[in-house]
Design a protein around this ligand. Structure first.
Ligand code: ADP
Length: 352
């Protein structure tokens, strides 16, 4: 657990970067520090590995004040990933990854074996081991940065905008792989981003900072979307928070209508021989031989967000539910979905 206890930071020029910060980052979880630029996120992050010293207050790791720890030892136990990877340009990929283990005297052979293993873990091939950073794409360099931070197997990782220097498609891939990796590793991670979507997607917890280095809210992504603490957080989280919060709810509880609802009537669902949906026919729609595509179906393990999105984009305002084999087993109309979301909302507001 990383604990901030009454931490403030005033830089020598008088800038108040962080003000009276109290928060706890739970062990084994990923906590994202998010907020507009200049609100003290990086300053807070760097107080964890003592790159910045608090003006007042304490930062503790597992109850021990970092101020009293040997700086070099402390940093070996904290993997550090920065934007654009920050690799040494004149060292090969393997040499970059093994920077910390080499410092503590791991043999070259053992170090290389570990580095190659780590490369595979983060989705790189061992063929890249002896290349130089400039010979890798931005996304690949970022993976090397993550491998390097993991090389000494530190219990804690701090990550400063680790995925923001790559294009959106590469970023999504890196985020997804990183989540998978973290599920296995269970490190205690503090990550800084200015991107609220990234925070909600990756964080077990999200700490929203506001101007003046104040913590506006510390909550799970779900709580943040459902109950922003104030107007600042509500505004920062965005106008579509209601829609996005549906991604945390399962479609399993939805009531669906039987398929017989759409086997007669003006719009009809065409199924293949196995019962999988092929598309819609009817006025203004395709023929039985070439039906209008459904745009997708959902299973009971999908989220309410997906179902709502499908309902909005469906050519007939009807979404098909399928079982694990892709066989249609029910439908839900746009209007019924909205009613169900509304009664769910009422139950949440007034559980009695
Ligand atoms: P964020 O990471 O949220 O963008 P920072 O922690 O980098 O914010 O910065 C918080 C505030 O402290 C900003 O106003 C920034 O200009 C200021 N600041 C950061 N580092 C220094 C420094 N070394 N000296 C003076 N002011 C600084």
């Amino acid at each position: 657990m990383i604990t901030f206890e009454g931490v403030s930071k005033v830089y020598p020029d008088g800038t108040v970067a962080v003000e009276q910060l109290d928060m706890e980052l739970p062990t084994g979880e990923l906590t994202v520090l998010v907020g507009p630029s200049g609100c003290g996120k990086t300053t807070s992050l760097r107080m964890i590995n003592r790159m910045v010293t608090p003006s007042t207050g304490r930062v503790l790791i597992d109850g021990v004040d970092v101020a009293g720890q040997d700086e070099a030892l402390l940093r070996r136990g904290i993997g550090y990933v920065i934007q654009a990877a920050g690799l040494f340009p004149h060292r090969t990929i393997v040499e970059n990854i093994m920077t910390v283990p080499a410092l503590v005297g791991t043999s070259k052979k053992a170090a290389r074996a570990t580095a190659v293993e780590l490369m595979e873990r983060v989705g790189l091939t061992s063929a890249m081991a002896d290349r130089y950073p400039v010979q890798l794409s931005g996304g690949q360099q970022q993976r090397v940065g993550v491998a390097r931070a993991l090389a000494a197997d530190p219990p804690v990782m701090i990550m400063d905008e680790p995925f923001s220097a790559v294009d959106p498609i590469v970023r999504e891939g890196l985020q997804a792989e990183f989540l998978r990796l973290q599920r296995d590793l269970g490190k205690t991670i503090a990550m800084v981003t200015h991107d609220i979507d990234e925070a909600i997607k990756l964080g077990d917890n999200v700490a929203v900072f506001q101007e003046g280095g104040r913590l506006a809210q510390f909550a799970t992504p779900r709580e943040l979307l459902a109950n922003p603490a104030d107007d600042f957080v509500a505004g920062f989280v965005g106008r579509d928070r209601g829609f996005r919060s549906l991604s945390f709810d399962s479609a399993a509880s939805l009531d669906v209508a039987p398929l017989s609802e759409v086997t007669s009537g003006p719009e009809q669902l065409v199924l293949d021989q196995a019962g999988r949906p092929l598309g819609w026919t009817g006025a203004g729609l395709g023929s039985t031989a070439s039906p209008t595509p459904t745009g997708g179906a959902f299973t009971s393990t999908d989220s309410l967000r997906l179902v709502t999105d499908l309902a909005i984009t469906s050519p007939v305002g009807v979404v098909v539910r399928v079982d694990e084999n892709g066989v249609a087993d029910g439908v839900i109309r746009h209007t019924s979905l909205m009613q169900q979301l509304e009664s769910r909302r009422r139950r949440e507001v007034d559980p009695a």
